[in-house]
Design a protein around this ligand. Structure first.
Ligand code: FAD
Ligand code: NA7
Length: 537
């Protein structure tokens, strides 16, 4: 080890979202390492730096959409409602950066474009779009799992004479939509939020919907000082519960099967959850088999369909808005989505029935005619999970590229590492947990920093998983996924939203509690340190 060439940095961190920021804190402030970090944004925030579209809101409740490691920060922080707006989250992440003096390690407006592992010296060479290359022993990537934007390549897109924006590239200075004819393509979580928010402001809103969605109320309400004080007084228990639960959304997951209770009881439970609010609560807090049993899933889906029919007054709009398939995507929640269609200044176009033919200089042409627009908003989502990885020229041992390694779909041992890519630690990489994300991010960053500490203390140069261990983990993810209905739900969770993207299992759906147990119990089982399999009982 001692013959290795000197590196510029002990660690390079990429990303300034929850994951990157916490990594810089752990590695630099706690382990005392020499850390350099990059983000292609101009400041910290990641997701919440980029997603400035009107109506952007967390779908995790305010008290749990944050890092848990610092008691003081939990105590000091304040919020207004039970869900957080984008400005609130961005300001929170800025406070995290200030409190731990994280910004000084970052080089902003800088994209990492190439990174190769140098086998002779056991370090990563990291090259940026500014033409610089630095070397580091450890490379930690918090590139974001919903970060690489998806803009469908509609014919004529560049000919549009009005303004067009993807929701995750919303201008910092905002966009004046008042009195304009606005089109929104996409009705996922983002589309739903932006539609509700801008409908009252615009002259006319045209929504281009491909697949109708199941969405339940969010239950948005202001939280009193007393409620917040109670949460703060109980944080220890709250985090303990969240981190040992499945989805980590701060409620107990149901243990009752929908198919084992009467229809009346099903209705009662769904109605109560509908009135309480929260997409994850509706899917996982009502019954324990909505995401796994077809009959239970249909009962929940049918309940929501009936609500759509009740809420939406125009029968033709109600028909188009009513979802028909499985309720098996990331569950949506909203603050009055279906009701928005009772306004007289918006219209819904089903592009499944009348597909988009082209974007014209003046609007969008579908098979049933042209819709004239001043502004076109793409709420068309993301190339999720591996989207930002495949944009970088990443090469591990023997010059193997990450794209080659992932030819059959992206993989990650424990959601963090890949064979032949030593010392490359991914935060929220493929095959990681599917949860409220900050507690999963924390879990991974803490594992990464513990591992780095162990390696530094024991003078170990490289760590990577054994191929068999990686394969076994992917099989575990596949087996769990096969027991759920998500794989049939055709969404970004399996890469089904991107034309041509291989549909694979990109998550560990076994829950955060089990994931944490796996990390704790397996020690370094399946890992190779300096070419030697870890000696674990
Ligand atoms: P990000 O916050 O995505 O940060 C990654 C950063 O890395 C970005 O700034 C990116 O530009 C940068 N980067 C990527 N590649 C490079 C490169 N090559 N060079 C330099 N920089 C690079 N999750 C929840 O749990 N609850 C929610 O309520 C929730 N709401 C969401 C709402 C929206 C609109 C979106 C888009 C996502 C939401 N998420 C939510 C998911 C959210 O992404 C995560 O909760 C979390 O913010 C991810 O943090 P991160 O640090 O892993 O990545
Ligand atoms: P989503 O959930 O992937 O939604 C994207 C939406 O865009 C969805 O309605 C898509 O329809 C639609 N879409 C995508 N491509 C097209 C084309 N070519 N034509 C018409 N419509 C299209 O992304 P979001 O940003 O809303 O949410 C992603 C996550 O971020 C969310 O789960 C939260 O975690 C935050 P489709 O349903 O594919 O038919």
């Amino acid at each position: 080890n001692s013959v290795e060439k000197e590196v510029d940095f002990d660690a390079v961190v990429v990303g300034a979202g929850f994951g990157g920021l916490y990594s810089v804190h752990k590695l630099r402030n706690e382990l005392g390492l020499n850390v350099h970090a990059y983000d292609n944004g101009s400041d910290v925030g990641g997701t919440w730096y980029w997603n400035r579209y009107p109506g952007a809101l967390s779908d995790t409740e305010s008290f749990l959409y944050r890092l848990s490691f610092d008691k003081e920060l939990l105590e000091e922080d304040d919020w207004k409602d039970n869900y957080l707006t984008q400005p609130e989250i961005l300001s929170y992440l800025n406070r995290v950066a200030d409190k731990f003096d994280l910004r000084r390690s970052y080089q902003f407006d800088t994209k990492v474009t190439v990174t190769h592992f140098n086998e002779e010296n056991n370090y990563w060479e990291v090259t940026t779009d500014k033409g610089e290359t630095v070397t580091a022993k450890f490379l930690v990537t918090g590139l974001g799992l919903l970060s690489a934007t998806n803009v469908p390549n509609f014919k004529g897109r560049e000919t549009f004479k009005g303004e067009q924006y993807h929701t995750a590239r919303w201008p910092r200075e905002g966009v004046d939509l008042k009195g304009k004819r606005v089109g929104v393509i996409g009705t996922g979580s983002t589309g739903v939020q932006v539609i509700i928010s801008i409908a009252p402001e615009v002259d006319h809103l045209t929504v281009f919907q491909r697949t109708p969605q199941y969405s339940v109320p969010i239950g948005l309400k202001e939280q009193s000082d007393a409620e917040k004080a109670e949460i703060k007084a109980n944080y220890e228990e709250i985090w303990k519960q969240a981190k040992s639960s499945a989805v980590a959304f701060g409620f107990e997951e149901s243990r009752v099967s929908a198919v084992e209770v009467s229809k009346e009881e099903q209705e009662r439970v769904f109605e109560e959850a509908w009135n309480t609010g929260g997409g994850f609560r509706f899917m996982f807090g009502t019954f324990n088999d909505i995401a796994t049993n077809l009959e239970a899933n249909e009962a929940a889906a049918n309940f929501i369909r009936k609500k759509v029919q009740e809420i939406v007054k125009n029968p033709e709009t109600a028909r188009k808005l009513t979802p028909t398939g499985l309720y098996a995507k990331r569950p949506l929640c909203d603050n009055g989505y279906y009701n928005t269609y009772n306004r007289d200044n918006d219209s819904l176009v089903s592009v499944k029935e009348n597909p988009i033919v082209e974007i014209t200089p003046t609007g969008v042409r579908t098979t049933d005619g042209e819709y004239e627009l001043d502004v076109l908003i793409y709420a068309t989502g993301f190339d999720a999970v591996d989207g930002n990885y495949t944009k970088i020229d990443i090469r591990g041992r023997d010059g193997i590229t990450m794209s080659e390694k992932w030819a059959d779909g992206p993989t990650g041992y424990l959601g963090m590492m890949n064979t032949n890519f030593p010392n490359l630690f991914m935060i929220l990489g493929p095959n990681g947990p599917f949860t409220n994300l900050p507690p999963s991010i924390e879990t991974q960053v803490e594992w990464i920093s513990d591992t780095v500490k162990y390696m530094v203390e024991n003078d170990i140069s490289t760590i990577e998983p054994k191929q068999e261990a990686e394969d076994e983990w992917i099989t575990t993810c596949q087996t769990i996924s096969d027991q759920t209905l998500f794989s049939k739900g055709e969404s970004w969770i399996f890469g089904a939203n991107i034309p041509g993207k291989k549909n694979t299992v990109m998550f560990y759906l076994g829950g955060l509690g089990n994931y944490r147990k796996t990390l704790e119990e397996s020690g370094y089982k399946g890992f190779i340190f300096d070419g030697v399999l870890a000696n674990v009982e």
